[in-house]
Design a protein around this ligand. Structure first.
Ligand SMILES: [Zn+2]
Ligand SMILES: [Zn+2]
Length: 388
């Protein structure tokens, strides 16, 4: 089987590199990835997948499926292809998407023999309000057994955690008044905002160490001589688990409510982006993946990254077993993610060499899941019992 995967990888490598190169040359922001999405759809269609375009009503999303003759588990790969403003593919989603789509195409060549179903999801806008959140909400993963995605990075790192995140917006409505001649007639919405920040700063003493609360004032009033009657602040609240995040969000809301009450302002609370769940890595599947990487000659697979943000694959990991490991595309060069240098690294031979290794390890892991029934039982058991 390993030989067969290697052979297919060799045959398809050129096309995969072309896909990543093309997307690199024409970076598109989240929900505007029309060309990138089309390129993924075209290559998947060429290799026999049936494509649902504009999946779930999202213009730049797709679902590609290949159902083999034989019954078996459903394996999903998640492609991303959004870029960053000003720095193009500084997060490397050109190579990330190609890794997922490429894995799907190679696995498709194998499932007629081994059974199962391959799904490749085109998931826009990971960098902002990620579509995987909507996919999860609408049940896209309900018939998926396992979901895999690997992210380009400065080193190989095992799949780990990410922080759960809620994007929360506070709007305060007060009453305008002349700030000098009749301040007593006004209700100061800016006071409510400032006290919200102060309350939250006090709250920090009572949070778990990994929690993060960071905000900005988007509207702080119009002129110094008018008591501000409308102000708005936006926050991200993050925590290691969804359970603790929910608790913390309630406390943050109370900070805003208390501040609004003190100022006499009216408060409206809403969410300005999708909430991201924390990533719950399926360790059993992660171990299988790391083992394949090692067999493919990768020597230095580091433990999970310790400084982390939030990813929309987290939401997927709450509804089906999932992994989100990192693979090295830069070697010894000193570059960081979300930079122009990182974007440039994604299209160099070293990156593509590692992309092809990662694809082979992802496919080999999927083959394990399909062929080894005990492994899938173990993956599912871990999934059911995992702390979320
Ligand atoms: Zn990024
Ligand atoms: Zn990314």
């Amino acid at each position: 089987m390993k030989e067969r995967i290697k052979e297919l990888a060799g045959q398809l490598e050129k096309e995969f590199i072309e896909l990543s190169d093309e997307i690199y040359k024409n970076p598109e922001l989240g929900y505007e990835e029309y060309n990138s999405c089309r390129l993924h759809e075209e290559i998947l269609e060429k290799y026999g997948f049936s494509i649902t375009k504009k999946y779930l009503g999202v213009d730049t999303a797709f679902r590609a499926e290949y159902q083999s003759e034989k019954k078996g588990p459903t394996i999903a790969f998640m492609s991303e292809y959004d870029a960053l403003p000003g720095i193009g593919h500084g997060c490397g989603h050109n190579i990330l998407g190609t890794t997922s789509t490429g894995s799907g195409i190679i696995l498709k060549h194998l499932v007629d023999d081994i059974g199962g179903r391959v799904v490749v999801f085109g998931t826009p806008a990971e960098e902002t309000s990620g579509a995987k959140v909507l996919f999860v909400e609408k049940g896209a993963f309900d018939d998926v057994d396992v979901a895999l995605v690997a992210h380009p990075n400065m080193s190989y790192n095992k799949s780990g955690k990410s922080l759960a995140l809620v994007a929360i917006q506070f709007e305060y409505k007060g009453k305008p008044s002349h700030a000098a001649s009749s301040p007593e007639k006004g209700i100061n919405a800016l006071d409510a905002v400032i006290n919200t920040f102060n309350n939250i700063n006090a709250l920090r003493q009572q949070t778990l160490p990994e929690a993060r609360i960071h905000g900005v004032i988007k509207d702080g009033g119009k002129a110094a001589n008018i008591i501000p009657d409308y102000c708005m602040a936006q926050f991200y609240v993050r925590a290691q688990t969804k359970g603790y995040l929910n608790e913390l969000v309630e406390k943050v809301k109370r900070c805003a409510e208390g501040a609004a009450l003190a100022a006499g302002a009216e408060l409206t609370i809403s969410n300005y982006e999708y909430p991201y769940d924390n990533m719950v890595t399926n360790q059993t599947m992660s171990d299988a993946f790391s083992k394949h990487l090692t067999e493919l000659g990768v020597k230095n697979i580091l433990e999970p990254r310790q400084s982390f943000g939030s990813i929309d694959a987290g939401n997927v990991s709450h509804v089906c077993p999932a992994i989100h490991p990192y693979f090295d595309i830069v070697g010894d060069i000193n570059v960081g993610a979300h930079t122009v240098e990182f974007a440039e690294s994604t299209v160099k031979p070293y990156a593509y060499e590692n992309m092809m290794i990662t694809i082979q390890a992802l496919v080999a892991t999927a083959v394990d899941v399909i062929q080894n029934k005990e492994l899938l039982v173990k993956i599912n058991e871990e999934f059911k019992n995992a702390e979320k």
